[in-house]
Design a protein around this ligand. Structure first.
Ligand code: TPP
Length: 671
């Protein structure tokens, strides 16, 4: 702890340190150590490295900044305030308080200038790769000679914790492979995490590891040396082929005489006495809190203002672009507002009853390929399962290191990173990303799904092989509790269509959806196409649940189900009718869409006077009692599956027309 100079830049950096320390102390909670060590690298980014305009945080060509080590968010909040974003000193003083703009970890949509919600370590790191892919795609589609409309970079500050998480390895491996030279990551290498020195559990050579991934790695030995950091950032900006990692040796709690380089600087306030010591160390008044010298505020505000001119220049460029390439410009303007081109829905396929059975995964593939030409921003792929999930856009090429207009993505067998990357893509205006795997492997990507739900962003996730219906692969691959588990995530929309035409409308709903991720849950096995002339129209799917087949007279029971089980319900209804027992059949592809309907509609589908309701779904019974009530019954699966042909499994678990008929009769006769 020897570096002490009194240049304006040093005072500015120390102001950030002290603001962070004061805010954590006032909140009596938070992480002071990380901002104290990382303030110089932040300073370089916000004053020399990044293009941003605090007055328009949505400028399309701004550099993106992600604080993957979200716990250190006072670093980011300090810079946002100081450079002139819509964040006040008062907001800093309300750090971590109810309804403040300065929550315990950065939250997208809440605070101006926060590009993505971070906190679970590794996520921000992997989100950055999604942002980088999206930038490359936009650049390849829209940039023209003399018109570098999209040439921004993605800057990430990440920590030891980020480096230890598995999702980071997945994402870094893919980023190296794809040669995402627009990634510039600064690694806050402070050798300390919560339990103490990182060497307790983490001794690998991170630089060598990233070199092996194909990254351009630079090492800065002194995290206080802003000229060295600046030089490394400039080198990284010049490197267009490889993603950059700048490993910067810092000291957690720098400036705190008793806590520097210790875990006690990580996650709790330094304490009143130590805070005064810190201020003395940096030549600040120990009796004052939240002190920002005028010249420091001026300095950072000036740095922020440079962005206004930069954006103005870009706006002029875009105006000229509009004149020269009116169609492309109009397309981007439309798509970036989240709108879809007119007429795309006219190309949705219609499947005919009587056609041969078709798996909903196959139907989904046909939908995707039918609309791909009309939705140029719909891009995605799978985690090495595109033949099984039917997600290839057959007329289009793959997105690779040398072909950035490709629309098929090969995420590799990296479900977790795929989820996080989709989030980064979904956060880039003008892109609609989708990703696919088997429903069982939603387990490998829950953290990013949950974050997408928190952020209310809309990646589309295709989950196939949705039940015991996948057959012989057996217990490990057969989802049981996954449907209810996904349904339990707030802001998540799960849709499990009953046939090919419901799948068409599931896609329509997903593409028009806002405010949260959508999972399309699809079968491996073929299903009959339900006759839309005889039964209700599949477009009713948008209501989440609808009377697919009404009963001829007052129903004695309601049969409700989703996905592959719905056709069984129709057959059971017919069999019961032959015995003069009348029931209605409700198709319920999405609980969440149904919950959005008004009470009158809900009463129509599930009349209060008819509580003899049987739910049938090849998954956990948990949750269905909400719809069938205590008086109803559920045919589901509350054990794990078995390895066997699908038909044998459906029989074994009781998903047969005869069993449904029997269960319905029992329910009707129950007193
Ligand atoms: C996935 C995940 N696991 C655990 C945590 C809890 N946690 C917060 S910070 C941290 C480690 C801190 O070490 P480091 O990343 O080096 O940050 P620093 O100590 O430098 O602030 C942990 C385990 C988390 N935020 N995310």
């Amino acid at each position: 702890m020897t570096v002490k100079t009194n240049t304006i830049e040093q005072t500015a950096i120390n102001t950030v340190r002290i603001l962070s320390v004061d805010a954590v102390q006032k909140a009596n909670s938070g992480h002071p150590g990380m901002p104290m060590g990382a303030a110089p690298m932040g300073h370089v980014l916000w004053t020399r490295g990044m293009n941003y305009n605090p007055h328009n945080p949505h400028w399309a060509n701004r550099d993106r900044f992600i604080l993957s080590a979200g716990h250190g968010c006072m670093l980011q909040y300090s810079f946002l305030y100081l450079t002139g974003y819509d964040l006040s000193m008062d907001d800093l003083k309300h750090f971590r308080q109810l309804h403040s703009k300065t929550p315990g970890h950065p939250e997208y949509g809440l605070t101006s200038g926060i590009e993505v919600t971070t906190g679970p370590l590794g996520q921000g790191f992997a989100n950055g790769v999604g942002f980088a892919i999206a930038q490359q795609f936009l650049a390849a589609r829209y940039n023209k000679t003399g018109f570098p409309i999209f040439d921004y970079n993605i800057y990430v500050i990440c920590s030891d914790g980020d480096m230890m998480e598995g999702v980071t390895s997945e994402a870094a491996s893919l980023a190296g492979h794809l040669q995402l030279g627009n990634l510039i990551y600064l690694y806050d290498d402070n050798h300390i995490s919560i339990e103490g020195k990182t060497e307790l559990a983490f001794t690998e050579d991170v630089a060598k590891r990233f070199e092996a991934y194909g990254w351009y790695v630079q090492v800065v030995e002194d995290g206080n040396d802003i000229e060295a950091i600046n030089k490394a950032v400039k080198n990284a900006q010049a490197e267009k082929q490889k993603p950059s990692l700048i490993k910067i040796r810092t000291h957690i709690g720098y400036g705190s005489p008793n806590k520097v380089d210790t875990a006690s600087a990580h996650g709790s306030p330094l304490g009143e006495v130590e805070v005064k010591q810190v201020k003395k160390f940096f030549d600040f008044d120990p009796e004052k809190s939240f002190e920002v010298p005028d010249e420091v505020l001026r300095f950072y505000r000036e740095a922020g203002k440079k962005g206004i001119a930069k954006e103005n220049e870009w706006n002029d460029l875009f105006e000229k672009y509009k004149e020269k390439y009116p169609e492309l410009a109009a397309e981007y303007e439309l798509l970036s507002k989240g709108k879809l081109p007119d007429g795309w829905k006219d190309h949705l396929p219609v499947f005919k009853a009587g056609d041969e059975n078709i798996a909903t995964r196959k139907a989904s593939g046909k939908v995707l390929n039918a609309i791909a030409d009309y939705l140029p921003n719909l891009i995605g792929g799978s985690a090495d399962l595109s033949p099984s999930t039917d997600t290839e856009l057959t007329k289009y090429k793959s997105f690779t290191a040398t072909n950035r207009v490709g629309r098929n993505f090969h995420f590799g067998i990296r479900e977790h990173a795929m989820g996080s990357i989709l989030n980064g893509m979904a956060l880039t205006k003008g892109i609609i990303p989708y990703g696919a795997t088997f429903l069982i492997f939603s387990e490998y990507m829950r953290p990013p799904i949950r974050l997408a739900a928190i952020m209310k962003i809309r990646p589309i996730i295709i989950y196939t092989h949705d039940s015991i219906g996948l057959g012989e692969d057996g217990t490990t691959h057969q989802p049981i509790e996954q449907l209810i588990s996904l349904r339990s995530i707030p802001n998540m929309t799960v849709i499990r269509p009953a046939d090919a035409n419901e799948t068409v409308h599931a896609w329509r709903v997903a593409l028009e959806h806002r405010d949260g991720p959508v999972a399309l849950v699809l079968t491996r096995q073929g299903l009959p196409v339900i006759d839309q002339d005889k039964y209700a129209k599949a477009s009713e799917l948008e209501k989440g649940a609808y009377i697919l087949s009404d009963s001829e007279s007052e129903p004695q029971a309601i049969l409700v189900g989703s996905g592959s089980e719905v056709s069984l319900l129709i057959k059971a209804q017919e069999k019961l009718k032959a015995q003069k027992i009348f029931v209605s059949v409700v198709s319920m592809p999405s609980w969440e869409l149904f919950e959005k309907q008004d009470n009158d509609y809900k009463e129509k589908v599930f009349p209060a006077k008819q509580k003899k309701r049987l739910a049938v779904e090849a998954g956990s019974t948990l949750g269905w009692h909400k719809y069938v009530t205590d008086e109803g019954d559920v045919l589901g699966i509350d054990t794990f599956g078995h390895s066997a042909p699908a038909e044998d499994l459906f029989k074994f678990f009781g998903f047969t027309v005869d069993n449904i008929v029997e269960k319905t009769k029992k329910l009707i006769n129950k007193k």
